[in-house]
Design a protein around this ligand. Sequence first.
Ligand code: 5GP
Length: 188
Amino acid sequence: MELLKQRILRDGRALNEHVLLVDSFLNHQVDVKLMKACGEEFARRFADAGATRIATIESSGIAPAAMTALAMDLPMVILKKSVSSILKDGIIQKEVFSFTKNAPYLLTLKTHFVTPGDRVLLIDDFLANGEAAFGGIALLEQAGAQIVGVGTVIAKTFQPGMDKLRAAGYRVEALAPVKGMSEGKIEF
Ligand code: 5GP
């Protein structure tokens, strides 16, 4: 997606070979118009997937996932990273290792929000090692859903997540696949 790639080149910053900072438009300050365009592009790419629900992981996946849900006219469910005291009944959890926090967290889903037989499109901001995506998939499948695709705004294709998901049989679409990075340099 050319518009997104241009924005990453203009405002993104490779901190090192592993981490890309995009907090001025994707995951801290959010360019909602750009997210709308991302949602429309996901809707176009997954138009034939027969999705019945969009799922995402809080918090950075919410903006692109909400725009995808809007474009596809589907309900959206957020997989939670922190559990509040009011979220107790009917929950399932999966431990996921966080790429950015370098620590595990418990991904949580209230099964009530996924109907067995749902065809779920999982949308997130980044795909790196695939931990978050595989954790989300495990919960959604445990709740009885079928995963019809994984859409990521940015995939760092030099990290193993994308290949691992595809090898496991999942359809993956990345709006901006990043081939390599070094300090101050980003290559698509
Ligand atoms: P994974 O679980 O695939 O290793 O990492 C995906 C999650 O880690 C994403 O949801 C995202 O929040 C975060 N993440 C991974 N790589 C980056 C990165 O280069 N920059 C930022 N800002 N977040 C990242």
